[in-house]
Design a protein around this ligand. Structure first.
Ligand SMILES: [Zn+2]
Length: 346
């Protein structure tokens, strides 16, 4: 059980491991629709979300994040369930609080990019502030330990989110993560390291990156951010093979056909557990203190991260062990079947 809050743990030099990527995993399980990307599963199948909270805590997540990603007023209005907005947010938060208490984890409220950031439209910006405000107030009300603002492509929207957390978050810590696409600048043209620095200077307790980039394309940018930011750094990539000129999972192509894979065929470029492990090692060496995985995450991946940071958790007991496995046996009597299994033939 943990009784230390987020800031104290970070100040003590601890690393926070966080499971993100609920949307992706819930789609894989058959409860969320690609294209809409909305969290009504919280109302329709809450038991599935609760189970995921438990699975990720079991795999080593220090945080249960309320599943309210894109659960904002305008988005829910667009899909015709605006009347369920408050119930959806509160239910998601309560479920997360309960799971966090049961597993000794921190509970994070979550606001995200909205898809409605229009800096040239004062009315739209007023609505944006109001959308963040209500979600933040529900998170405070349902006893979140801190608030995450995530997946911001626009620096301006991230700053507004932070400003609203400061204003209505009742003093709760704020973790703000930007999403970097192919260029190392935000959609509103601020170099990402500078954007992180400005967020840090404006009072964000943790800054960094989540989503879109994979381990290999995120690490170099994190190094640039590390040069300018002094405080805790967040690294939450998608576990896909984004590298070279394909920095984002949106840009990845099928190695066989050349077809675009995003979003429903990305398994063709999924990282291996070893690659996830190598990412965690690199992030650790870089001094990343807030680490996780975004879209494409699974408990088995998260367990690799947990292991790299020297933690033992419920799932550690079931980490691979091939001592009694036929496939790795050195007994000569298994030679034939091993040959049938493994030998590549022309
Ligand atoms: Zn993501």
């Amino acid at each position: 059980m943990t009784s230390k809050g987020l800031l104290q743990r970070l100040n003590d030099g601890e690393t926070i491991i966080i499971a993100e990527g609920y949307m992706w995993e819930l789609e894989r399980k058959g409860y969320v629709k690609f294209g809409e990307f909305t969290p009504e599963v919280v109302l329709n199948n809450p038991e599935v979300v609760r189970m995921m909270h438990e699975e990720y805590a079991h795999a080593g997540s220090d945080v249960v994040e309320a599943f309210t990603y894109l659960g904002n007023r305008k988005r829910l209005r667009a899909i015709g369930i605006e009347e369920g907005l408050e119930e959806l947010n509160r239910r998601a938060l309560r479920m997360a609080r309960k799971a966090a208490d049961a597993t000794g984890s921190l509970m994070a409220g979550d606001i995200s990019h909205t898809w409605y950031y229009q800096p040239d439209d004062p009315k739209a910006m007023e609505e944006l502030r109001a959308m963040f405000k209500e979600q933040i107030e529900w998170a405070v009300d349902e006893k979140a330990d801190y608030i995450i603002g995530e997946t911001f492509q626009d620096f301006g929207e991230a700053m507004i989110a932070l400003e609203m957390i400061k204003k209505y978050g009742n003093g709760l810590p704020a973790v703000i993560t930007l999403t970097a696409y192919q260029p190392d600048v935000t959609l509103d043209d601020v170099p990402i390291p500078e954007a992180c620095k400005r967020l840090e200077d404006a009072g964000a307790d943790v800054v960094g990156l989540n989503c879109a980039r994979g381990p290999q394309s995120m690490i170099p940018l994190l190094k640039e951010i590390r040069k300018v930011c002094k405080g805790p750094l967040a690294a939450i990539p998608v576990p896909f093979r984004c590298r070279g000129k394909f920095k984002t999972f949106q840009s990845l192509l099928d190695p066989d056909t050349g077809d675009r894979l995003y979003p429903d065929n990305l398994s063709a470029q999924l990282c291996t557990r070893r690659e996830v492990r190598e990412f965690a090692q690199e992030a650790k060496a870089l001094g990343v203190q807030y680490i996780g995985l975004c879209c494409g995450n699974s408990p088995a991946f998260l367990r690799e991260v947990t292991d790299v940071f020297g933690r033992t958790t419920g799932a550690s007991k079931y980490s691979p062990d091939f001592t009694n496995s036929l496939s790795r046996s050195t007994d000569p009597k298994n030679k034939k079947i091993q040959s049938y299994m493994f030998d590549v033939v022309d």
